[in-house]
Design a protein around this ligand. Sequence first.
Ligand SMILES: [Zn+2]
Length: 99
Amino acid sequence: MSEIAKLGFCLPGSLVTRSSRCGSLTCACHSDPGRLHGPYLSWTRKVDGKTVTRNLSPDQVDRYRAWFDNAKRLRQLVGELEELSVSVAAEAEGWNSPH
Ligand SMILES: [Zn+2]
């Protein structure tokens, strides 16, 4: 719990690497799969059930990578805390013993 309190900002969603085709039909990216644009790092997350994607510049990735790492660590710690809570409750209530 003290580790959670020390985490700082946490960005939801995930950081993924993508290559893409542009809007120009005459561009090489449309004829040759090896010449796609990118790779770009993009950040995707769900907002009200819809996937929202933002392409990030290398600068932005540097700026926010720690926030993504924090979110990952937070999910890990919450998982541990939940597991621990379940076993403490089960112990206290005798839910582990067979009846
Ligand atoms: Zn292109």
